[in-house]
Design a protein around this ligand. Structure first.
Ligand code: FE2
Length: 286
């Protein structure tokens, strides 16, 4: 028995590379985070020139690379690609056209900080074998009705590379995530496959490049649907391939993700996310 998880849950996480933990956070705390995210989104809406748009493969558009690449120590807004019409104008109010907030709300905003740092989360991290968990990035994903974009199959290790691999995603359903509004899907046991690609900064550190280590696509015939009610925690091994479909429904699918790495592993200095002035902290408050 772990501190929070049962032996069966720990075993399932090791075997599948993911684990769905219902009722991890109360509805009240989810709604408080949701409200805070909406307020931050209104406050941090960027000018059209600095706005970054996310394409289906998760790559930021080139013209806005700097806004993205320096967001590791900031609270910034990123838009959906379908948020803009053919003339480059936003189709909806800015706060309804957002893809996500990123990437340091957990360190810069008190509401996100207290949501992200609890003894339950510290216990879960310990149960899955993280010796020195450090919160690297946070993302609040809006997955808006009708325009919430698809996220194609990827592993988080591709983007947040450590030696050895250590990143774990702590994903929280802030709204109910269903097959209808674009819930996550993952490949059971896929974390035992070699990671197929690595994204890193180019030599001039002005953009990211993707190294394809193995061109073979991940096998998707066994994909598991990870539907999750509000308050559910989904743990994702950094090497497990996962994806989510577009949200074509009329229901929002807000979610919050923390990516934590193990301080015992080395974090590569050509990863896109760098935190030169903001030291990483663990799951305990203070
Ligand atoms: Fe991911």
């Amino acid at each position: 028995m772990g501190r929070y998880l049962t032996d069966t849950q720990i075993q399932a996480f090791r075997s599948d590379g993911f684990l769905v933990v219902p009722n991890f956070v109360s509805d009240d705390r989810c709604l408080q985070l949701r409200e805070r995210a909406m307020a931050l989104a209104e406050k941090h809406v960027p000018s059209p020139e600095e706005a970054t748009v996310f394409t289906a493969d998760g790559k930021p558009q080139h013209t806005s690379d700097d806004y993205f690449l320096t967001s590791g120590e900031q609270i910034r807004c990123f838009f959906e690609k379908d948020a803009f019409d053919a003339h480059g104008n936003l189709r909806a109010e800015p706060h309804l056209a957002l893809n996500k907030l990123g990437h340091a709300m957990h360190d810069l905003d008190p509401v996100f900080d207290s949501f992200s740092r609890t003894s339950d989360l510290a216990d879960v991290a310990s149960d899955i074998g993280m010796r020195d968990p450090l919160l690297l990035q946070s993302m609040y994903i809006f997955k808006q009705p009708y325009i919430g974009g698809e996220v194609t199959c990827h592993t988080d290790h591709t983007y947040l590379w450590t030696e050895p691999q250590s990143v774990v995603g702590f994903w929280f359903a802030i709204d109910d995530a269903t097959n209808e509004n674009g819930c996550m899907w993952a490949v059971p046991g896929g974390h035992r496959l070699p990671v197929r690609s690595r994204s890193h900064l180019n030599d001039s550190r002005t953009a990211t490049v993707m190294d394809v280590l193995d061109p073979e696509p991940y096998p998707l015939d066994n994909l598991q649907c990870l539907e999750a009610k509000r308050g559910t925690l989904v743990l994702l091994d950094g090497a497990v391939p996962h994806l989510s479909a577009a949200n074509t429904s009329d229901k929002p699918r807000h979610a919050y993700t923390i990516h934590a790495i193990d301080g015992a592993a080395s974090y590569l200095d050509d990863n896109w996310l760098q935190r030169p002035t903001l030291p990483l902290r663990g799951f305990s408050l203070n």
